[in-house]
Design a protein around this ligand. Sequence first.
Ligand code: MF3
Ligand code: CO
Ligand code: CO
Length: 285
Amino acid sequence: MQKRSNLGWLRTRKSADEVVQDVAQTYSRRQKQANKREIIIKNEVQIAGIRKSCRLTRDILDAITPRIRPGITTEQINTWVHELTLANGAIPAPLNYRGYPKSVCTSINEVICHGIPSPDRVLREGDILNVDVTTILNGYYGDSSRMFLIGEVSPEARKLVEVTRECLELGIAQVKPGNRLGDIGYAIQKHAESHGYSVVRAFVGHGTGLYFHEAPDILHYGVPHTGVELVPGMVFTIEPMINIGTYEVRTLSDGWTAVTADGSLSAQWEHTVLVTGDGVEVLTA
Ligand code: MF3
Ligand code: CO
Ligand code: CO
């Protein structure tokens, strides 16, 4: 059924890449117009659409997982994600989003987020890598990222990756009606800091589903029982970025790549979640 609208695109005889660019630009325009910063409570139809998109996001991450190993380039990961997304009738949300040049973010070692895939960056034994996939399927967004250990990594790096994953899980465990956003942030911050790590402030999770980045901001630090109250139908990401050293960020001259100010390692895991009547559904799980 959804393919009907595709027929219009096909009649224009544009290449697949041109279609991707057009649609991505339309979405980013629409997002700017819709930047009312109001929390959009999703209805059942929207939830069904977002759930499908999130499952595709998960499936793409699953599909590339066994291919990620020393010797491949981050450009190769970009190509896999781009082609898997298109093959499933979806659009890679990052492409042309606010001028972002690629279809996925690949963030290695001291890169916190928004690393740009490149044919020059070969994965090396000991790297820790975040791959952040966001799909637009039938207009609905799914956003998730995972860490990958490249070959044998140092015990310090492995522990950071594990604790960051625990931070995400502890944050998710706070998602239920009546709890507040501060409960999520507090659970994450407490766990990270108990291991001597720091929580990045400059980037946050976000409402999502109908647009890439909706209200509210999801801070990965906070004070219990404060902030916006969670209600059924909210959809947002939790995506803690945890550093071994300082939480301060520096952006490289490409305008995107965010690195730790002190060069220390950084890790991130991300899921899109739905607040249900009595708890949480992890849509990208
Ligand atoms: N996927 C990222 C997030 O979790 C956003 C990437 S924006 C891009 O919000 F332009 F860099 F792709
Ligand atoms: Co996100
Ligand atoms: Co993401």
